[in-house]
Design a protein around this ligand. Structure first.
Ligand code: ATP
Ligand code: MG
Length: 568
């Protein structure tokens, strides 16, 4: 891993405890894990949990983790996903070095293992179709029935399986099944299908194969071939473990990896299954996999989350077997914590309201030089020009202020951050009677940092100089879904009806302090009093930067205001 700084204390959970025991007892000298995505979609925040667990353990125990693509279904898989997945894992801060593999690398070995099962009388060629197989499978309460093809001779099975490989049959004509027990209580053990015919070229092996192994057959054997010691997967595979163990026991597997299940991450107000994410993309409910509202790793990255925030999140939610539905605020808090450390500060006015400071000389410009980061002097300072006309945010002015309103109001005073105290003398309206401009006067004796900062003013607001500011577009994001568990109350599981139709608000006329026009794609800032923002890496135009709001601020402003009043 390139950066271990976010993990000062070693994580402890039931999986790491098992690993410590296995090392202590000498069962294993070296730990090997793997992260095995199927390249049929891009990774989401749930995968981050698995990445952090598998790569994290390999790093902590000085073992290694295979980055393995589980690419056994050419119908749904794509090279584009492979590249995206590698980019995402790399972004998370993990390196696979020489341990990059593909299940398709093992197609020949897997085929040999299948023949081995046939030769032992532990697998047979089934000639019923999918529907007939399903009918004989039984139910949770009723045992299944043996197929009429179950007792084919080893010779016939071998001949048919070789002919399947040679392309003699069309899709669906036969499958290879394990011969276990049609009456097993665990349905996964009722002669599961191991191979099927698919006359579809594969993205890596082209038309070399027309039979493809299924997940359960492929997974454990790939683990064994890579010397995986602990095969960590989500709880839905718990019922597959007996099959995982059966396959490894029946063939001459090079080693016996141990499958251990943990609970998958579920996040409220979003969906995390690739099938649903694909639907959101394909039906145009979002603008692609990396839409900043998507909880894909590419979406989160584009939204402005640093990888360290995702790692912190995974650390915080931990690993266990219990069902969970994590609140989005846990993830957002992690973003705030990490961004607070690294994001330079800037002033940005989202909804500009012009203020003319009538007693300030017309041709004068002053430059203030605040720190880029209040807690990190190494980040240096920036220059913020001030002049007679400025913009403040519409939200920082009220004509009829409630009690305890410390921002600007007619006849009231407020401090302009880094600058002076101004008083609002006059409100100018447009033809529709809306507030259009404020006329204010400033008090020269109240210059920030000067010895006599003057009287105490409770409110501090941000601003930009109209002559110097830079127009930008800002996108304020909200949750993609309006319900915590999208689709959960619908018999058909229709989750689209729960989409939040106001999940993005675009504001075109924002103004930011000069200097930000140099900002680079993906650069993050804290817009003071507003939130954390990042330059959109896709849609920023040469003449207009687009900023994505990563996350709002916690109310740290109140504290800052107190501090400043105390100092003055
Ligand atoms: P999805 O269920 O979202 O469609 P998947 O499980 O089909 O995803 P895979 O490509 O098979 O996606 O996943 C790769 C690895 O990531 C697997 O080991 C899987 O257990 C793990 N994983 C997937 N979703 C989650 C999750 N929500 N939380 C933790 N780990 C997950
Ligand atoms: Mg899966």
């Amino acid at each position: 891993m390139t950066d271990k700084t976010s993990s000062p204390t070693p994580a402890t959970d039931f999986i790491r405890n098992i690993i410590r025991e296995d090392l202590a007892s000498g069962k294993h000298q070296r730990i090997v894990t793997r992260f095995p995505p199927e390249p049929n979609g891009h990774l989401h925040i749930g995968h981050a949990k698995s990445i952090q667990l598998n790569f994290g353990i390999a790093n902590e125990f000085d073992g290694n983790c295979f980055m393995r693509f589980d690419d056994t279904n050419p119908l749904k898989e794509d090279e584009e996903y492979v590249e995206g997945i590698l980019q995402d894992v790399h972004w998370m801060g993990y390196e696979w070095g020489e341990y990059l593999s593909y299940a398709s690398d093992y197609f020949e070995e897997l085929y040999e293992f299948a023949e081995e099962l046939i030769k032992k009388g532990k697998a047979y060629v089934e000639s019923l179709n999918a529907e007939e197989i399903r009918e004989l499978r039984g139910t949770l309460t009723e045992p299944g029935k043996n197929s009429p093809f179950r007792d084919r001779s080893i010779e016939e099975n071998l001949k048919l399986f070789r002919e399947m490989r040679a392309g003699k049959f069309s899709d669906g004509a036969h499958v290879l099944r394990a011969k276990i027990d049609m009456a097993a209580a665990n349905i996964n053990l009722r002669d599961p299908v191991l191979y099927r015919i698919r006359k579809v070229p594969h993205q890596r092996t082209a038309d070399q194969w027309c039979i493809y192994p299924l997940y359960d057959f492929t997974h454990g054997l790939s683990d064994a071939m890579e010397g995986v010691t602990h095969s960590l997967c989500t709880l839905e595979f718990e019922d597959h473990r007996p099959l995982y163990d059966w396959i490894l026991a029946e063939v001459s597997a090079p080693c016996l990896p141990r499958q251990i299940e943990f609970s998958p991450l579920n996040l409220r107000y979003t969906v995390l299954s690739k099938r649903r994410l694909i639907q959101l993309v394909e039906e145009g409910h979002v603008n692609g996999w990396d839409d900043p509202r998507m909880l894909t790793l590419s979406g989160i990255r584009r939204r402005g989350y640093p990888a360290s925030a995702v790692r912190l999140f995974c650390e915080r939610i931990g690993i266990s077997k219990s069902e969970n539905n994590i609140d989005m605020s846990v993830l957002e808090d992690c973003a705030r914590e990490e961004l607070d450390k690294i994001a330079p500060r800037a002033m940005a006015v989202l909804r500009p309201l012009k203020v003319v400071i009538t007693n300030y000389p017309e041709d004068k410009t002053e430059e203030f030089e605040p720190a880029r980061h209040p807690k990190n002097p190494a980040m240096g300072s920036r220059k913020v020009p001030f002049s007679r006309e400025i913009y403040i945010d519409h939200d920082d002015f009220r004509e009829d202020p409630p009690p305890n309103y410390f921002r600007l109001a007619p006849g009231k005073e407020v401090r302009l951050r880094f600058a002076y105290v101004i008083r609002c003398d006059e409100v100018i309206y447009d033809t529709e009677g809306k507030v259009n401009e404020l006329r204010c006067t400033y008090d020269q004796a109240t210059r920030s940092g000067a010895k006599a900062e003057g009287r105490k003013v409770k409110g501090i607001i941000h601003w930009v100089s109209t002559k110097h500011c830079v127009p930008v577009e800002v996108r304020l994001y909200d949750r993609l879904f309006a319900k915590p568990l999208p689709g959960s109350d619908d018999p058909e599981g229709n989750f689209l009806k729960d989409l939040n139709l106001n999940s993005v608000e675009t504001i075109n006329s924002c103004q930011v302090e000069p200097g930000l026009e140099e900002a680079q794609p993906a650069e993050v800032f804290q817009f003071e009093r507003v939130g954390y923002f990042c330059v959109d890496s896709k849609e920023s135009r040469p003449d207009t930067l687009v900023f994505n709001r990563t996350v709002t601020l916690r109310d740290t402003w109140a504290k800052l205001e107190q501090e400043q009043t105390r100092q003055s």
